[in-house]
Design a protein around this ligand. Structure first.
Ligand SMILES: C[S@@+](CC[C@H](N)C(=O)[O-])C[C@H]1O[C@@H](n2cnc3c(N)ncnc32)[C@H](O)[C@@H]1O
Length: 216
């Protein structure tokens, strides 16, 4: 028993925050476009990414709304996973979850996580090759506030509303949802718009982000 534990400890490194982030930025310095878009019968899978600076900007824009109490981060449509890997470096984030429909992109995300090695940050990350809607239907949600990012500019109204309504139904109170497109129909008695701001994305230096908080 003792031997197994000490072996395990050796395999998982404890890194300082800046060591982990330097390694991530070295392995994945900036957005990479890909050729996996294809034609999905239901969803638009065009690719683009938020960069690391964008994520910091989102985080600081939400400081006044207790973003630091959010313990789980979810990127719904996470692509190559760089934002999930980055968010795992935040001390308040205990779980960083990415969901992506395109298998090749999710495979790249898993490869990047593996290349970062087993450490105190990568152990927080889970990637799922799934459709967001099915994932939300099947996933057990932790009982603490979540921070959710959806890069849904091309999702369309119907899918956006469906994702928002599932999130409003399932997420604990005080959770924050951010997206690049607003829902047109949602339950305003359980979810309030809190702040609009702009962040740099791979296709423009200032893309709008709409943020909402669950108030149940
Ligand atoms: C614009 S990219 C955003 C990547 C990443 N979230 C970011 O901000 O850097 C949107 C991603 O959502 C994925 N996607 C679209 N519809 C989806 C669905 N229903 N379920 C899971 N992923 C989906 C696409 O394949 C694409 O990789």
């Amino acid at each position: 028993m003792f031997k197994t534990r000490s072996k395990h400890r050796k395999r998982k490194q404890t890194l300082k925050n800046n060591q982990y982030l330097n390694h991530l930025v070295k392995l994945y310095p900036h957005t990479q476009y890909d050729s996996y878009s294809g034609q999905h019968p239901v969803y638009n899978t065009t690719y683009g990414e938020m960069n690391y600076h964008g994520m910091n900007s989102m985080f600081s824009n939400l400081q006044d709304h207790n973003v630091k109490q959010c313990k789980t981060f979810m990127d719904l449509g996470c692509g190559r996973g760089s934002i999930c890997l980055y968010m795992a470096s935040k001390p308040n984030i205990k779980n960083s979850i990415g969901v992506e429909l395109v298998k090749e992109r999710l495979d790249d995300a898993i490869q990047l996580k593996n290349n970062l090695g087993k450490n105190n940050y990568t152990s927080k990350i889970q990637f799922h090759n799934d459709d967001i809607i099915q994932f939300l239907d099947n996933q057990d949600i932790h009982p603490h506030p979540h921070l959710v990012w959806i890069s849904n500019l091309l999702f369309g109204d119907e899918v956006t509303n469906q994702v928002y309504n599932k999130l409003i139904d399932k997420l604990p109170n005080q959770s924050i949802i951010c997206s690049s497109r607003q829902p047109s129909e949602y339950d305003t008695s359980k979810c309030q718009q809190i702040k609009n701001f702009e962040v740099p994305m791979s296709w423009t230096n200032s893309s709008p982000v709409y943020s909402y908080q669950i108030v149940k």
